[in-house]
Ligand binder design. Structure first.
Ligand SMILES: Nc1ncnc2c1ncn2[C@@H]1O[C@H](COP(=O)(O)OP(=O)(O)OP(=O)(O)O)[C@@H](O)[C@H]1O
Length: 644
């Protein structure tokens, strides 16, 4: 028992009691802290399903300003005018409050009506002047901010439109849409309204402080004791505000992405009864956005209450001292009332300025998403001094081309070389995934090869003006691209300045005129989203007419008959031949039906040239080619031969 304290029967109990209480108290504090944390945070991925759309990388506030400031160029002059209104506003406000002091001290307390008329006139003048100011301010501010949005949104669209195909293959279109349409608005809040607001608050602060100091410097100093508390509170909350805003923006992007994907593929969704699954996906993101919005609201509400409390402390301090001074005759009643009124006006800019940090942080979450888009660089860049090509002869050369898609390990094309003379047709054949469409993408410079050179008329494509290159190529894809618009618009998309006669001539050549004439409104019939109101064959003939009217020397045909039945396939063969005649054509097909009349055939296997020659040569020496040929049915071939 060495060193032991005297034993008491109650000590253990008392000590145990104290320890228990202490433990309970600590547990309660822990619970309270956890509850507060939960109240003020947003769970980023509570269902653990993984992010559909990633959050954009964080960007410092200063950098956000630097990036968007150039877009204010057109409106900066007007910004000065707005600032003039901003300065005048608190002056009128303070004068009005001062008038109130005169009303109390010189009219109400002495019960003297003499001053009534001049005071009434002064009030009328102030109200009228305030109205004019508010009107001018509103109109100018809206003009400046809408001009800013106009410039930024246009620029963003132009930028995104110019990005390489690789970007669109990797990104969710709906998210990009949500950035271009939704996030842009928030940047305005950040930049213009934010700055004007900040300056307005500073001006108000200066004017009201000056009047308050003039009235009573000691009371004013007392009132200012609480100012730092506003700042500290705002700083503590801003990080949470930003986290909630980023999450909300990210979820909005996901919602747009799912909407675009599900509604864009509605036939697939309904045919496979995937509505419930799609709805589940949508609901998860929708709920995520709801949670983030609620977190924002909770943070804003708690912040508002804390700030109110701080403000009350300041007002009570002043009221206490002010009443004491009133009782001792150092202050008039009007003076005290006016002082307290001005005080609330003083707190509003202090509060506003500290709250602005939260607004900035919240808007910067949207700005980060825009900056991330603006920072995307096209994978193919135009040379600094590009070559003007004009109309090409149409000589195409693939020299030792090797290409691997970004993020993949196996090359899609490996040391591929071939040449197409002007007016000649080369068919690229091979099994699915052999690399045929990749060759077409390289020819349109959607990507640049990793090794080797692609030439048009002997010029490396990388030296040509991108527009020139694409002006010289007309393409027809497996999946016909038709816009929501009239038949006429869709054909004229190949050459917007085409006359009506040229459009009709192209439709005739594409064997499309007959079906177009039978449509309810002929060439003015609207073909629906992606041309869904037309049949596959009709869409393809429309695309042939479009390629005809473009009249480019190089033609790229990527599986033009795939997806069509034998009848429709046969129907477009004749117009296709007409289109191909006199143009250098690369015809991509794993369907050997259409490639028999090509001058030469390149047989691709796993990205390499397995064989190269005419149809008869390949048939004679390549077992793989012969197998592919047999696969696509000599019967069908015979039918086509009989027809042509
Ligand atoms: N955007 C892409 N990103 C990554 N890999 C791709 C991309 N596009 C195609 N690939 C891959 O490159 C290879 C060649 O594809 P490509 O589309 O050129 O084949 P293809 O011969 O045209 O096939 P198909 O006849 O089925 O259209 C394939 O293995 C494919 O998976």
């Amino acid at each position: 028992m060495r060193g032991a304290r005297p034993h008491s029967p109650f000590r253990g109990v008392a000590q145990g009691d104290g320890a228990c209480k202490e433990k309970a108290r600590r547990a309660a504090v822990r619970r309270l802290r956890r509850a507060l944390r939960l109240l003020l945070t947003v769970a980023e991925d509570p269902d653990g399903a993984g992010a559909l759309v990633e959050a954009a990388p964080p960007v410092a506030l200063r950098e956000v300003f630097r990036r968007f400031w150039p877009y204010t160029r057109g409106g900066r002059r007007w910004l000065v005018v707005i600032l003039a209104f901003v300065v005048l506003d608190p002056v009128v406000d303070a004068a009005e409050i001062w008038l109130f002091k005169i009303v109390i001290d010189d009219m109400l307390i002495p019960r003297d009506l003499q001053l009534f008329v001049p005071i009434a006139l002064a009030y009328l003048a102030f109200t009228f002047f305030s109205g004019v100011l508010a009107f001018a301010d509103e109109v100018t501010s809206t003009w400046v901010s809408e001009r800013f949005l106009l410039a930024l949104r246009s620029d963003l669209f132009r930028h995104v439109e110019g990005l390489s195909l690789g970007f669109f293959e990797r990104r969710r279109l709906g998210d990009v849409l949500s950035r271009v349409t939704g996030d842009v608005d928030a940047v305005e809040t950040f930049l213009l309204s934010g700055i004007v607001n900040a300056i307005a608050q500073i001006m108000r602060l200066a004017v009201f402080l000056a009047v308050l100091f003039y009235l009573r410097w000691d009371l004013t100093l007392l009132a200012l004791v609480i100012a730092p508390m506003f700042w500290c509170t705002a700083r503590r909350f801003s990080r949470r505000v930003k986290a909630a805003s980023r999450e909300r923006r990210r979820r909005s992007g996901s919602i747009s992405a799912i909407t675009e994907e599900a509604l864009g593929n509605i036939a697939l969704v309904q045919a496979y009864n995937r509505q419930r699954w799609e709805h589940g996906r949508f609901e998860r993101e929708n709920l995520g956005r709801f949670r983030a919005a609620m977190a924002s609201a909770r943070i804003a509400a708690v912040y508002g209450t804390v700030v109110d409390l701080i403000e009350l402390v300041g007002a009570l301090l002043v009221m206490g001292l002010g009443t004491w001074e009133l009782a001792h005759g150092h202050l008039t009643l009007g003076g005290l009332i006016v002082f307290l009124t001005l005080l609330t006006r003083l707190y509003s800019p202090i509060r506003g300025l500290s709250g602005l940090t939260n607004i900035f942080y919240s808007a910067s979450a949207a700005a980060e998403r825009i900056i991330e888009l603006l920072d995307q660089r096209p994978q193919v860049a135009q040379a600094a001094a590009p070559l003007e090509l004009g109309r090409a002869r149409g000589e195409i050369a693939f020299d030792d081309i090797t290409f691997r898609y970004p993020g993949t390990t196996r090359p899609a094309l490996h040391e591929v070389s071939f040449r197409v003379a002007p007016g000649e047709t080369l068919a690229l054949v091979g099994a699915s995934g052999a690399g045929k469409s990749t060759a077409a993408k390289l020819l349109l410079r959607f990507y640049d090869p990793d090794r080797g050179t692609l030439r048009l008329d002997g010029h490396d494509l990388r030296d040509l003006r991108l527009d020139d290159l694409r002006d010289n190529v007309a393409m027809l894809l497996q999946e016909t691209l038709v816009f929501h618009g009239t038949v006429r618009d869709n054909i004229a998309y190949g050459r917007p300045d085409a006359s009506d006669e040229e459009i009709v001539a192209a439709a005739h050549a594409a064997d499309a005129h007959t079906f177009i004439s039978q449509l309810p409104e002929g060439y003015d019939t609207v073909v629906g989203q992606r041309g869904r109101l037309l049949s596959g064959g009709q869409r393809q003939r429309l695309a042939i007419a479009r390629a005809m009217i473009r009249d480019a020397p190089v033609l790229l045909l990527d599986e033009p008959t795939t997806g069509l039945d034998a009848e429709s396939g046969r129907h477009i063969l004749q117009p296709l031949r007409l289109l191909m005649s006199g143009r250098s054509t690369i015809l991509i097909s794993h369907n050997l039906l259409t490639v028999r009349d090509a001058t030469q055939i390149v047989f691709l296997a796993h990205g390499r040239i397995a064989d190269h020659g005419t149809h008869d040569q390949l048939l004679a020496r390549s077992a793989a080619y012969a197998r592919l040929y047999r696969l696509h049915g000599p019967d069908d071939t015979a039918k086509v031969e009989a027809l042509s």
